[in-house]
Structures are given as structure tokens and as C-alpha cells.
Design a protein around this ligand. Structure first.
Ligand SMILES: Nc1ncnc2c1ncn2[C@@H]1O[C@H](COP(=O)(O)OP(=O)(O)OP(=O)(O)O)[C@@H](O)[C@H]1O
Ligand SMILES: [Mg+2]
Length: 1078
């Protein structure tokens, strides 16, 4: 959001009066009181119109921050409270925007804050002017020239710890955009006497202390200096240290500043060498030496120092030594050399030191100028800043004070000229009639001093140049003659009888009544100081130096350019430079800063009225105010005036539609301000008396309060009303919501109650209908039942005679039939599978069908078995018959039997027909072979077994050799009587033969076979089919066999496991054959 522009005025929140022009009544007391009041409230700046009075606060105030710079930037001069920034801004803006060269004149006594003020102005301008690398470098160089000049030109005095001991005027040059281009510095009258002697409690120039404190050991050695201040005669010892000042740090700052300003390293070094040489000069001491002519001649006491100086500066030691002992005077082309006595030698030494230093200072200024001078030839706008000593009135006032005060007279002169001129110009511009202003014009005093024929300076020069003995007294005499009648000149001898009675006026003094007060000058030293002479021998010695800087400082020492004309005197030089300065200032728009020192103690918060009063007087500030308000005390453009006071009149408040001037006219008429109190200019209203302005201000203040009340009233009304409206609106919303909610709730209640009542009524109705319906139904049922009974009775009565006798039996049979029918039909669906081994059978439905159900199960089983059997071929039938036979014979009798069930009976295990080995055997047998298998025949004698082919045919049983196939025995089946075997799990069996038959000659056979069950079964069946007799099969674990004549018992025992699972057979004795079965 854009910051709202608030039009403020100097008149707002004023402490005392911000502009002295508005002071009412105006006198010294009110003036001082106003300054004091403002000073006590930290308002150190006060205006006199466009002049700024600055009272030194002696402490840092927070009023120079970047924010403050922004505050004052581009604001009207009278818009904010008085400030040095306002003046700087005004000057800078009229330079930049209106193309008017500016000068800022800063005056005030020592310690009043002139140098600080000049730095503030420079820093403000630096902050608000253009930016950019090049511009910044220029700014930096301009700002950094200050520390360098301060180090060489400032010193601690009793009045000021950082007192400028030279006057400085600096032109800052800008381009058309207002960017700084460079600058030119002029210096005035360095107080060089300080180099050799300082008053009590004061110091030499800062640079000496800075060099000794801050230089490295290396640098000190190079300059043959020692750090100890007390080693140097030129450094007074009682106040070598200044509180709060770090000389060493400042030395570094100065070196750095020199670098920024553009000093080459060798230049900076040369400068320090000269400083060192000056310091060391002070240590040269002289002693008297009597000469033949009876006069004293001075000799240097200790030549060591001299030697070091000469080494440092490259001067021939003997030349310098001579220059300190002799003086060459040229008179009428003749050189006369006179010796110097000790006093003269000291005078020469000090003169050299002073000259060396002051020339070095001028060289520094020139060198800085070279660096900071604008690099372009385009037209420049200029802002000059003058920081020059103010009026000085000491107890002992000498030539320097005279010069300084002269300068201040000149400044006052142009102040009066320019202020009045400006005032007059404004009146003309605004078309206001010019009335004469009564004020004191100090031109007459200036004339007293500077007049070319009989001015004091001219008299002094005349005295100095005059042949013959010239002393300060002769000078005073001359003054007494020439100026005696001047109103502003007084002396004891003056003919002006007005002051003859003034015994306070001492001898050898004259008094001048300056515009700022009377000053008494001692004539002693005037001539000498004005001459400012350095013995030619010394300047020649300097010129001969190897040190280029020193050489360049003494051009008059060059014998080739010997000039018999005397150099211009100090007074005339100063007069000329002041004249140039004045000329320069006159072309510029002046801005004044008048600095005031509030106390002598350099302390904050102390306001010494007597001291301030003194300064106000000699600065002529009251005069300032008077001039300023000679015609009209206050003026203001119509627009801001109307803007400020429009609320005082109904027609102009809140808006005036016409031109501002007309508005102001209406306003002033309305307020009945006397016509002589104001005048209408072209663009401004002029107010004669501050009283009128303050009346306006008071009215405004009152009116503002009323307006504030009005605004407050309206605002409060508006606020309450909006608040009320908002509350009402909210209340309606809340009420609406609440009503809705309440209605909703009520409706829900009614609805649910209605539903309950409704459901009760419906229920009641329904029950009523139900009851009716039930009743009707029961009636109908009763009717039907009655009717049925009735019909039944009728029918029975009619048909009783036809079925009463057998109806029960028939019903019983019918029912039974239905049940059986249902049973069979259900059985049909529940039949189990046709597998003969399926044991499932549906459960019995009725108990009385139990036997039928069992019978049916049996029949079904037989039927499905038959069905199963019917599928068999003859072959299969035979096999099953054999298996059946085996089962009948051995089941549950022989332990071997179960293992044979699963084996199919193959009969012909040996395929005799196919094997050619048995061709002979095959050929020998004509019958069908039923069994052909290898068996073990047990040897009757020892029980061992041999393999034999066992063949069974329809009629015979044959044994053949397994290898050869040769038949070993043939037994007709009719001769086989019995087969014996154990009940155990072995394959032994005995074939018993008929006694007496041919085959039985060797006895019965004992075999062992893996297919015992099959063999025995087949043997049994074959025998049965051939002989029609059942073969006897004996199953016993002990039976008898006939071996030849013996009856041997074959006994089966549970054998050991020696032979694994194979049974072993052993003939025990004649009667026993033991078979061990595992
Ligand atoms: N605006 C200020 N704010 C704070 N301190 C200030 C201000 N002006 C001056 N001073 C203090 O007063 C001292 C003296 O000021 P300054 O050196 O400017 O005086 P001067 O008028 O230049 O004196 P001289 O004529 O001796 O050079 C400064 O060193 C500083 O301590
Ligand atoms: Mg100063």
C-alpha cells in the first residue's frame, strides 16, 4: 500500500519556537531562552528563516541515522523540525533541480561544531546523490580527504580536542544529474606557530602523535624516530594523550585514507619523512661561542640530530650547519654575511620548522586537489562548504585573531548583502512593496581593515616594506595617525576624544569595534608575523636537499631564480585569498549554519547562558532575525497556507474549489485579520507579525481539537451504528435459526404423536376387522362341519347296508398294499452297487417287513453273484473251480494257504513245448501236461534235495532230470494213495504210493515246492477225474512215509533261523526225518 503522504509543518509539535523569526517578543533573553528550551529537549537545531543555528550537543544524538536521511530527503525545508539535513537537502535540490550553485557557510567559535557540521552536510549529500561504482569512488575520495587534512591541520586545544587550525573551503562539483564529479579544496592560514610551541594544555598537530604511536618499529627506525614523546622538544608533554582518542588507530585510518585519496606509497613516505624532519629539528640545540670581535656566535651542541636530519632529507650537513650560524644579507648587489647569535639561531630553526610544516600542509592540499579534481571539462554545478574559524576574542589577541576577525567581518558582509538581496528579490518577485529595513551594515569596518590606501592591513604592509627601523610600535603610531578618526578604531593615543578617558585601554594596543563586539589587539608581533620571513640561507639549503618533496617546497631557494622582490606579506596574501573567496561566494546561493558552543567544558547537557549570549552577540544572530523579518516575518505559498488553515472558515472547509489565493483571501476576511498585518504576493501570503501567525496557529489548534471531536463523534456514531446493525442482523439470523429449529422440533413431536395415535387406531380397527373375520370364518367352518356331519349321517344312513361287513379288511389290505408298493418303489431307487463284495443295504422301513427285507438282500446278493459269474469264460471258470477246490482243501488247515490265494495257478511253469532242451521229454509224453514245474526231491537217505522236473499228466505223475530232461520215475495216478503235508508255512509234501506197486519200490516221494497248494489241488482234481476216487490229503505236522522197507516219521519242528527263511530237512535216524520250519 502506498504510504499516505501526510503534510506536516515545522509548526507541528514545536518545542519553543522552531524558527526564531517567529519569536515574540524578540529580544536577547527570549532568544536565549528559546535556544535553551530546545537544547534541553535535544533540539539542537533552530532556524532563523533559512539559517540554521546548531548548538553543539557534545554527545552523539540519534538524529543522523539513515532513516533520518530518508525522512528529510525531498521534503520541504519548513516541513519537518529544524535539522542540518533539511538545509543540506534544500541546497542539494536547488543545485540539482534549479541549477543554482550553492555555498554552505559554517561559522562559529572553536569547538562550536563547524567541522562536524561540514562533515554532516557532506555525508548527507553523499547519501542522497547518485550511486554507482565511479560515483562512489569520487564520494569516497571526497569524504576520505577529511581524515588526512584533520591529521595534519587539527590539534587539541583547550577549547576543542579536535580543533581545526586552518580554514577550509571545499567546492564539491556535480554533473547535471547531481552526481558528484570531484572537488577543490582551499586552505586558509594554517596556525603554524603551533609546530614549535603550544599553549598549556594543548597539543601539537595530531600527525606527530599519530606517527609516533601508530608507526611500526620498522618505519620508526627508518625515520630514525623514537616512540617516546618526551624525546622531542616540539611535543609539549602535559597533554600528550587525549581522552577517547586512539592516536595509533587514527594513524592507520589516515594511512588508509591517503591510499583511498590516491597518494602513492612513496609520496606518503616522503610526507612522513618531512614530518619526522620537523620533529627532529626541534631537538637541535645551540650553544654560544665567543668570537674575536666580542660577539657571540651560536654553535650546534650535538651534531648527531643534525646528521640524522640531513641523512633523512638528503641535505648537505655543512650547508645546513652554516645556515644555522650565518645569515647572508644582500644589499645593493653585495652579499654581507653576519653571524647569528643563539637566540637568532633558535629563531631560524623554528622558522624553518614552521615553514617546512606549513608548506607541507599546502602541498598536501594541492596533492589532494589533484586526486579529487573532476576529470571532465563539462559544465559543473558547485556546492561550496566553508568551515572557517569564527570570531575570536581572547585575552591576548594578536595578528592571527585580527586576520580571522577580518575574515568574519567579510562573511557577515556578504551575509547581509545576500540576505537583503534575496529578501528584496523576493519582494519584487511577489510584487510586494519594499520598505526600508534598518540594520547595521559592517562595510565600514571592512573598509577600516582592507582599504588599499589607509586600511590597517595596507598600513602594516607599508611599515614592513619601509626602509629604516621598523617595529610594532612604529606601526601603532602610524595607525594612530591614519585611523584616529574612524568610528570603529580606538587606541590610547587616538585623537578620538570619546575614548580618551578609557583608561582600560593599555599601551601598545588598539581596539576595533567589530560588528560582533569590541576586540583589543596587541601590536606585538604584527610586523614579524606579517613579514613571515625565512632566512634565504635556509631556503637555499632546503632547495639543495636530495629529498624531492622538500626541494619542491622551497622554490625560492633556487639561486637561478633569485628574486629580489620581497614575497607578498601574510596580510596581503590573506586579504587576496579572502577577496577571492568572497567573489566566489557571491556567485553562489548562500546557506548558513551558525554553530554555537553551549559551554566551555566540552560537556553535554550544560547550557551556559552567558557564553551563548556572547556568541549570539558576535554572530549577530539577533541582527539576523531582524533583517529576516524586517518586512514580513512569515511567508508561505498559498496552497500550503490554505491547506493548513482552511478548517478555520466555513467556505473553505472541507474543500475550496477556486484558486488558492482567493481561498486565503476569503479565509483572512472571515477571520477578520487586520489588513495591515498581511499582504498578498503573487504566489505567497506575507504575514507581518509572528503574532498573527500564532493567532492562526492557536485557532487552528482549537479548531483541530473541535474537528477531532467531530471526527471522533462521527466515528463513534458510525462505529456504534455499524456495531448495532451488525448485532441486529446477527440477532435476526439467530432468531430465524432458532424459530426454525423450534418449529422443526414441534413438528417432529406432532408427527410422531400422530403416528402413534394413528397406529393405535389402525391396530384397533384391524383387530376389530380380524375379530369379525375370525368370527365369520368360524361360523362358516361350523356350518361346513355341521353340513358334513349332516351329509355323512345322511350318506351313512343311506349306504350302511352296502359295506359295513368287509370294509375294514379291504382298507387294511389296501393300506398294506400301498405301503409294500411304496417300499418296493423306494427300494428301486436305493439299490446298492452290483459289486458282490459291496456290503451296503438300505435300512429297513417297517419292522413288519424285516424278514422280507433280509430275504430280499440275500436274493439280491445271489443274483448279483450269478450276474458276476455269468461273465466268466470256461477257462476262468476252471481256474476258479481249482481255486475253490484249493480253498475247500486247505483253508484254515495249512498256514501256507493264504499266501497262495493271490497267485494264479499256471500249471505249466516250464514251457516244455517251446524249450528245445526238453524235446525228448516232450516227445516221450503223449498226454496233456497239467503241471510242469521244477521241484526239490528230498533224498530219502540224507534229507538233501535235488531238482527234478515234476510233470503231471491226465494219468501219470512223472519226474525227470532237470538238466537232461530224462524221465527218472513214472507213477500212474492210480498208484498215488495219499498226499501228506504239514500245517505250517512250508512247501514240503509227501506223495504216498500204493504198496506193492511198481512205482513204490523205492518208497514214497518227498518233495518241496513253491507251488505246493496248486500242485496238491491239481493232483487231487486229476486223480478224482481219472480214478473217480478222492485223493486222501493229510495235513499233520507228523506223518509216516514208507522208504523201501522202513517207515519213517517226518516231523516238522519250529527251526532256528540259521538258513534264513528256507526250511531245512535232515534225516535224523532210520525212523525220523526232521524238517525245521523257520
Ligand atoms: N552535531 C554534533 N553531535 C555530536 N557532537 C558534536 C556535534 N558537533 C560537534 N560535536 C562535538 O564537538 C566537538 C567539536 O566540534 P568541531 O571540531 O566540529 O568544532 P569546530 O567548530 O570545528 O571547532 P574548531 O574551530 O576548533 O575547529 C567535536 O569533536 C564533537 O565531539
Ligand atoms: Mg573545526
Amino acid at each position: 500500500m502506498a504510504k499516505m503522504e501526510v503534510k506536516t509543518s515545522l509548526l507541528d509539535n514545536m518545542i519553543g519556537v522552531g524558527d526564531m523569526v517567529l519569536l515574540e517578543p524578540l529580544n536577547e533573553e527570549t532568544f536565549i531562552n528559546n535556544l535553551k528550551k530546545r537544547f534541553d529537549h535535544n533540539e539542537i537545531y533552530t532556524y532563523i528563516g533559512s539559517v540554521v543555528i546548531s548548538v553543539n550537543p557534545y554527545r552523539s544524538l540519534p538524529i543522523y541515522s539513515p532513516e533520518k536521511v530518508e525522512d528529510y530527503r525531498n521534503r520541504n525545508f519548513y516541513e519537518l523540525s529544524p535539522h542540518i539535513f533539511a538545509l543540506s537537502d534544500e541546497a542539494y535540490r536547488s543545485l540539482r533541480d534549479q541549477d543554482k550553485d550553492q555555498c554552505i557557510l559554517i561559522t562559529g567559535e572553536s569547538g562550536a561544531g563547524k567541522t562536524e557540521a561540514s562533515k554532516l552536510v557532506m555525508s548527507y549529500v553523499a547519501a542522497v546523490c547518485g550511486k554507482g561504482a565511479e560515483v562512489n569512488q569520487v564520494k569516497e575520495q571526497l569524504l576520505q580527504s577529511n581524515p588526512v587534512l584533520e591529521a595534519f591541520g587539527n590539534a587539541k586545544t583547550v577549547r576543542n580536542d579536535n580543533s581545526s587550525r586552518f580554514g577550509k573551503y571545499m567546492d564539491i562539483e556535480f554533473d547535471f544529474k547531481g552526481d558528484p564529479l570531484g572537488g577543490v579544496i582551499s586552505n586558509y592560514l594554517l596556525e603554524k606557530s603551533r609546530v614549535v610551541k603550544q599553549p598549556r594544555g594543548e597539543r601539537n598537530f595530531h600527525v606527530f602523535y599519530q606517527l609516533l604511536s601508530g608507526a611500526s618499529e620498522e618505519l620508526l627506525n627508518k625515520l630514525t624516530l623514537e616512540r617516546d614523546f618526551s624525546r622531542y622538544n616540539y611535543l609539549s608533554l602535559d597533554s600528550a594523550k587525549v581522552n577517547g582518542v586512539d592516536d595509533a588507530a587514527n594513524f592507520r585510518t589516515v594511512r588508509n585514507a591517503m591510499q583511498i585519496v590516491g597518494f602513492m606509497d612513496h609520496e606518503a613516505e616522503s610526507v612522513l619523512e618531512v614530518v619526522a624532519a620537523v620533529l627532529k629539528l626541534g631537538n637541535i640545540e645551540f650553544k654560544p661561542e665567543s668570537r674575536v670581535n666580542g660577539l657571540d656566535e651560536s654553535k650546534i651542541k650535538d651534531k648527531n640530530e643534525l646528521k640524522e636530519i640531513c641523512e633523512l632529507t638528503g641535505i648537505d650537513q655543512s650547508v645546513l650547519e652554516r645556515a644555522f650560524s650565518f645569515r647572508t644579507v644582500e644589499a645593493k648587489q653585495e652579499k654581507v654575511s653576519t653571524t647569528l647569535n643563539v637566540a637568532q639561531a633558535y629563531y631560524a630553526r623554528d622558522a624553518l620548522a614552521k615553514n617546512l610544516y606549513s608548506r607541507l600542509f599546502s602541498w598536501l592540499v594541492n596533492r589532494i586537489n589533484e586526486s579529487i579534481k573532476a576529470q571532465t571539462k563539462v559544465r559543473k554545478k558547485v556546492m561550496g562548504v566553508l568551515d572557517i574559524y569564527g570570531f575570536e576574542i581572547f585575552e591576548d589577541n594578536s595578528f592571527e585573531q585580527f586576520i580571522i576577525n577580518y575574515c568574519n567581518e567579510k562573511l557577515q558582509q556578504i551575509f547581509i548583502e545576500l540576505t537583503l538581496k534575496e529578501e528584496q528579490e523576493e519582494y519584487v518577485r511577489e510584487g510586494i512593496e519594499w520598505t526600508h529595513i534598518d540594520y547595521f551594515n559592517n562595510a565600514i569596518i571592512c573598509d577600516l581593515i582592507e582599504n588599499n590606501t589607509n586600511g590597517i592591513l595596507a598600513m602594516l604592509d607599508e611599515e614592513c616594506l619601509r626602509p629604516g627601523t621598523v617595529t610594532d610600535e612604529t606601526f601603532l603610531e602610524k595607525l594612530n595617525q591614519v585611523c584616529a578618526t574612524h568610528q570603529h578604531f580606538e587606541s590610547r593615543m587616538s585623537k578620538s576624544s570619546r575614548f580618551l578617558n578609557d583608561t582600560s585601554l593599555p599601551h601598545s594596543c588598539f581596539r576595533i569595534q567589530h560588528y560582533a563586539g569590541k576586540v583589543l589587539y596587541q601590536v606585538e608581533g604584527f610586523v614579524d608575523k606579517n613579514n613571515d620571513l625565512l632566512y634565504r640561507d635556509l631556503s637555499q639549503a632546503m632547495w639543495k636537499a636530495g629529498h624531492t618533496l622538500i626541494k619542491s617546497l622551497f622554490p625560492e631557494g633556487n639561486p637561478a631564480k633569485i628574486n629580489l622582490k620581497r614575497p607578498p606579506t601574510a596580510g596581503s596574501q590573506f586579504k587576496a585569498s579572502v577577496a577571492t573567496l568572497m567573489k566566489n561566494l557571491q556567485t553562489k546561493n548562500p546557506n548558513y549554519i551558525r554553530c554555537i558552543k553551549p559551554n566551555d567544558k566540552k560537556a553535554a547537557h550544560i547550557f551556559s547562558e552567558a557564553l551563548v549570549c556572547h556568541q549570539i552577540r558576535y554572530l549577530g544572530l539577533l541582527e539576523n532575525v531582524r533583517v529576516r523579518r524586517a518586512g514580513y516575518a512569515f511567508r508561505q505559498a498559498y496552497e500550503p497556507c490554505l491547506e493548513r488553515y482552511k478548517m478555520l472558515c466555513k467556505q473553505t472547509w472541507p474543500h475550496w474549489k477556486g484558486p488558492a489565493r482567493a481561498g486565503v483571501e476569503v479565509l483572512f476576511n472571515e477571520l477578520e485579520i487586520p489588513v495591515e498585518e498581511y499582504s498578498f504576493g503573487r504566489s505567497k501570503i506575507f504575514i507581518r507579525n509572528p503574532r498573527t501567525l500564532f493567532k492562526l496557529e492557536d485557532l487552528r489548534k482549537q479548531r483541530l481539537e473541535d474537528l477531532a471531536t467531530l471526527i471522533q463523534k462521527i466515528y463513534r456514531g458510525w462505529k456504534c451504528r455499524t456495531h448495532f446493525l451488525l448485532m441486529r442482523k446477527s440477532q435476526i439470523v439467530i432468531a430465524a435459526w432458532y424459530r426454525r429449529y423450534a418449529q422443526q422440533k414441534r413438528y417432529q413431536q406432532i408427527k410422531s404423536s400422530t403416528l402413534v395415535i394413528q397406529s393405535y387406531i389402525r391396530g384397533w380397527k384391524a383387530r376389530k376387522i380380524l375379530r369379525e373375520l375370525k368370527h365369520r370364518k368360524r361360523c362358516e367352518e361350523a356350518v361346513t362341519t355341521i353340513a358334513a356331519y349332516w351329509h355323512g349321517t345322511q350318506v351313512r344312513r343311506e349306504y350302511r347296508k352296502f359295506f359295513r361287513a368287509n370294509a375294514g379288511k379291504k382298507i387294511y389290505e389296501f393300506t398294506l398294499q400301498r405301503i409294500v408298493q411304496k417300499y418296493f418303489l423306494e427300494m428301486k431307487n436305493k439299490m446298492p452297487s452290483l459289486s458282490p463284495i459291496d456290503k451296503n443295504w438300505p435300512p429297513r422301513p417297517y419292522l413288519f417287513l424285516d424278514s422280507t427285507h433280509k430275504e430280499l438282500k440275500r436274493i439280491f446278493h445271489l443274483w448279483r453273484c450269478k450276474k458276476y459269474r455269468d461273465q466268466f469264460t470256461d477257462q476262468q471258470k476252471l481256474i476258479y473251480e481249482e481255486k475253490l477246490e484249493a480253498s475247500e482243501l486247505f483253508k484254515d488247515k495249512k498256514a501256507l494257504y493264504p499266501s497262495s490265494v493271490g497267485q494264479p495257478f499256471q500249471g505249466a511253469y516250464l514251457e516244455i513245448n517251446k524249450n528245445p532242451k526238453y524235446k525228448k521229454l516232450k516227445d516221450a509224453i503223449e498226454e496233456k501236461i497239467i503241471i510242469a514245474e521244477v521241484v526239490n526231491k528230498i533224498n530219502r537217505a540224507n534229507g538233501k534235495s535235488t531238482s527234478r522236473i515234476f510233470l503231471l499228466t491226465n494219468n501219470n505223475l512223472l519226474l525227470a532230470d532237470q538238466k537232461s530232461g530224462q524221465i527218472k520215475s513214472e507213477v500212474p495216478l492210480v498208484d498215488v494213495t495219499k498226499v501228506s503235508m504239514s500245517s505250517q508255512n512250508d512247501g514240503f509234501f509227501a506223495v504216498h504210493l500204493k504198496e506193492g506197486s511198481e512205482a513204490a519200490s523205492k518208497g514214497d516221494f518227498l518233495f518241496s515246492s513253491d507251488h505246493l497248494i496248486e500242485m496238491a489241488t491239481k493232483l487231487y482234481r486229476t486223480t478224482l477225474s481219472q480214478t473217480k476216487q478222492k485223493l486222501n490229503i493229510e495235513i499233520s505236522d507228523e506223518f509216516l512215509v514208507q522208504f523201501r522197507q522202513d517207515k519213517v516219521c517226518v516231523k516238522f519242528i519250529q527251526g532256528n533261523q540259521k538258513n534264513g527263511s528256507v526250511p531245512t530237512c535232515k534225516r535224523k535216524n532210520n525212523r525220523l526225518l526232521e524238517v525245521a520250519v523257520p
